[in-house]
Design a protein around this ligand. Sequence first.
Ligand code: 5GP
Ligand code: ZN
Length: 138
Amino acid sequence: MEEKECIFCKIARGEVPSDKIYEDEHTFAFLDIEPNNLGHSLVIPKEHFKNVYETPDEVLGQIMATVKKVTLAVKKGMGAEGINIANNNEPAAGQLVFHIHVHIIPRYSNDGFHHWPAKPNFTPEQFKEAAENIKKAL
Ligand code: 5GP
Ligand code: ZN
């Protein structure tokens, strides 16, 4: 999708309204319109990059600095007991908006969410092979 049509570019430019939390020269933070818990926030770079694969390290650093700032504010402002920080890349991983963003989700011990279940049946050989495959790809 072109930047012109990208919903998060439009939000960063102020062309589409959002519940803005914070902005600086490079990043913008606002409330997710369909929150997992109230206060669920998104941090985006103002410049358009599709996903983490394509985002320069320098921009990732700017995003993460804002993620930390907003995380501390969400924790304090929403009285969160914990925070999940998440980033989805590609449709198979649940990415719906193709402008990189980081989710900051306030969590409470009684909010009913659980960790993703572990798949328990891999062999030690499979672990070794997976580690080798990943190391080779570095
Ligand atoms: P993804 O699944 O791509 O990681 O997450 C996209 C997120 O963006 C979703 O949680 C969705 O609720 C949020 N979102 C999509 N469109 C809009 C919008 O127009 N405004 C806001 N504030 N959030 C949006
Ligand atoms: Zn964009």
